[in-house]
Write a protein that binds this ligand. Structure first.
Ligand code: CUA
Length: 360
């Protein structure tokens, strides 16, 4: 895992690896956003002060301990007085330094909390253990990570503010791009915002920075920063990938791709093995007993409910799994028509997944 993260990006692993590009005396990642310089400046200022004060205080302490050590058994402590000037200085100097640190931090905090007008808008959903990213102004463009490697989770242009709206499907995650010096909690039931402006093209790490269970450390991805004139073309390519050149695929084949894309197969095996959720092999048409004791036949309608309201009809033996809903992510016929107007029938993702399950 660690080795994978430190591998340099080459043409062959460009899709699955991201560089950890540590530079400089302070071992900071590259400064790839407009926030980075000031954030690093403050950090270096604080660390430098720490070292200086440590050295100054320890030198004085050692000097005094030696100079004023007890010289003989009956030596008495000489009478003590104090210096008003020194006492004033050791209070005033740190107070001024703390005020500088506060004002510096406050200015950066306010700047980072206030997105500029007309940003590129991006929606981010965290779920155990992947990121789903979509662009409201570019319907159909979607990026998904899995917990296999560092897949591209976000593509942004340089020189344009990007505003992220983040939420979670299940537990608290944290969206962290070290090279941009930005991090924000991603909380279920709440929408949080963050923004940044990327400064230079490249591929940078995205981490989940909040312990969120089993595969937390694998909830990783990469952010791709491209030049502004390459951005539209890159998104067009992503749009085509998301629609998978639909005309060439049979529904079941498209469904198989979607099952990987949306991470279904992380919990549902296709070979009969029991994972977190029921296996899909031979599932279609099967009689299942629910946790409530009722019996249902697995048909298209049952799968639809399982995808959009997963906790409505839980199969006996899988209580407490808490699968997240895929409403709004896996498109049904109505949503597909809006997003892929050229090819609505074949863009019906729910139908494709049902066809795939049927084929197993
Ligand atoms: Cu998501 Cu840690």
């Amino acid at each position: 895992m660690i080795n994978m993260l430190f591998e340099p990006t080459t043409a062959e692993n460009a899709e699955s690896a991201a560089p950890v590009d540590v530079t400089s005396f302070f071992s900071m990642p590259h400064q790839a956003s407009t926030f980075a310089e000031s954030t690093d400046g403050l950090y270096k200022f604080v660390v430098t002060l720490d070292f200086l004060f440590f050295a100054a205080i320890m030198s004085v302490a050692i000097y005094f301990a030696w100079t004023y050590r007890r010289q003989s058994k009956d030596q008495k402590t000489s009478s003590l007085t104090h210096s008003g000037l020194i006492e004033f200085l050791w209070s005033a100097i740190p107070a001024v330094l703390l005020i500088i640190i506060f004002i510096w931090g406050e200015i950066d905090y306010v700047r980072q909390s206030t997105p500029p007008a007309d940003p590129l808008r991006v929606n981010v959903i965290g779920r155990t253990w992947a990121w789903d990213v979509s662009y409201p102004d570019y319907p159909g463009v979607e990026l998904h990570t899995d917990n296999e490697g560092s897949k591209t989770a976000l593509v942004v242009p340089t020189g344009r503010p990007v505003q992220l709206t983040l939420t979670s499907k299940d537990v608290i995650h944290s969206f962290f791009i070290p090279a941009f010096r930005i991090k924000k909690d991603v909380v279920p039931g709440r929408y949080t915002n963050m923004w940044f402006e990327a400064k230079r093209p490249g591929r940078f790490n995205l981490f989940c920075a909040e312990f969120c269970g089993d595969s937390h450390s694998r909830m990783i991805g990469a952010v791709e920063v491209v030049k502004p004139d390459e951005f539209e073309a890159r998104l067009q390519k992503l749009y085509e990938e998301a629609s998978y050149n639909l005309t060439e695929l049979k529904p079941a084949e498209y469904g198989e791709k979607l099952a990987t894309l949306y991470g279904c197969t992380a919990c549902h095996s296709t070979d009969g093995t029991r994972k977190t959720g029921p296996s899909w092999k031979g599932l279609f048409g099967k009689q299942e007993t629910l946790a409530t004791g009722e019996t249902v036949t697995v048909d298209a309608e049952y799968i639809r409910t399982a995808v959009y309201e997963p906790n409505a009809q839980i199969v006996a033996g899988f209580e407490g799994v808490n699968m997240p809903s895929y409403a709004g992510q896996i498109k049904d016929a109505t949503q597909a028509k809006e997003i892929f107007p050229d090819n609505p029938d074949q863009a019906d993702q729910l139908a494709a997944i049902i066809a795939y399950i049927q084929s197993l």
